[in-house]
Ligand binder design. Structure first.
Ligand SMILES: Nc1nc2c(c(=O)[nH]1)N[C@H]1C(S)=C(S)[C@@H](COP(=O)(O)O)O[C@H]1N2
Ligand SMILES: [Mo]
Length: 199
C-alpha cells in the first residue's frame, strides 16, 4: 500500500514508496534531448558491441528484432526530478547482446546516433537490469523518445538510458560520457540522489 495523502486525488500519489527522494510524478512523458532529434532509419541501422580487445558483434535492424525479446514494466527517474511509474517496454536484454563475447572489461560506453555518450559499469547492464528497447506502450518507439531503439537502464537516472543507441564499447577504464563530463554523477543512483559529482 502506498502512503495516503489526505486531500490528494489522482492515480499517482506523491507519497508513493516507489518514488525516490526529491522526485515528483510526471503524468505525461517529458522529452529531454541535449540536441535535435536525429532521424535514424532502420534501413542501414546497425548495433555493435565491441570489447576492449576489439572483438565485435553487430546486428542489423532485422537481426535485432529476431533476437529473443521481452516485455517489461519499469519505473524511470530523470535527474530533473520527474519520475514515471509502470512504463511498459519491449526490448532485448543487454546480456543477450554480450552473448559469448570474452571480456575482462568492467565499464561500458554507450554510444548513440547523433553523438551522445554515457558510461556505466558493465555489471549494471547484466542480469535483466538493462535492455535495448524498441517498443513503448505496445508501439514502435517514437524518434523523440529514442526510436528506433534506446538503452533502458531504469535503476539509474534516465540520462544513462541512451536514446538512438548504436552500440556499446566495453572498456577496462571508466571514461565519462556526455553529461558525466558536464558534471553529472558518474554512477547516478536515484535512491542515493547521485545527481551531480560529489553527491
Ligand atoms: N542520445 C541521447 N540520449 C539521451 C539524452 C540525449 O540528450 N541524447 N537525454 C537523456 C536524458 S537527460 C533523459 S532524462 C532521457 C530522456 O528520455 P525521454 O526524452 O524519452 O524522456 O534520455 C536520456 N538519453
Ligand atoms: Mo534527464
Amino acid at each position: 500500500m502506498g502512503v495516503v495523502t489526505p486531500g490528494f486525488t489522482g492515480r499517482a500519489r506523491s507519497g508513493d514508496p516507489r518514488l525516490p527522494p526529491g522526485q515528483y510524478l510526471a503524468q505525461d512523458f517529458p522529452v529531454l534531448s541535449a540536441g535535435p532529434t536525429p532521424r535514424v532509419r532502420t534501413e542501414g541501422w546497425e548495433f555493435t558491441v565491441v570489447t576492449e580487445s576489439g572483438e565485435k558483434r553487430a546486428w542489423s535492424w532485422r537481426e535485432l528484432l529476431a533476437l529473443p525479446s521481452e516485455k517489461f514494466t519499469v519505473d524511470i527517474h530523470c535527474v530533473t526530478q520527474w519520475s514515471k511509474l509502470d512504463t511498459r517496454w519491449r526490448g532485448v536484454r543487454v546480456e543477450t547482446l554480450i552473448g559469448d563475447l570474452t571480456t575482462s572489461a568492467d565499464y561500458v560506453m554507450a554510444r548513440s546516433y547523433g553523438g551522445y555518450t554515457t558510461n556505466l559499469p558493465l555489471a549494471d547492464l547484466l542480469d535483466g537490469q538493462a535492455w535495448v528497447a524498441y517498443e513503448y506502450n505496445g508501439k514502435p518507439l517514437t524518434p523523440e523518445h529514442g526510436g528506433p531503439a534506446r538503452l533502458l537502464v531504469p535503476h539509474l537516472y534516465f540520462w544513462k538510458s541512451a536514446k538512438w543507441v548504436r552500440g556499446l564499447q566495453l572498456t577496462t577504464k571508466d571514461d565519462p560520457g556526455f553529461w558525466e563530463t558536464a558534471g553529472y554523477h558518474d554512477y547516478g543512483d536515484p535512491w542515493r540522489e547521485q545527481r551531480y559529482q560529489g553527491d
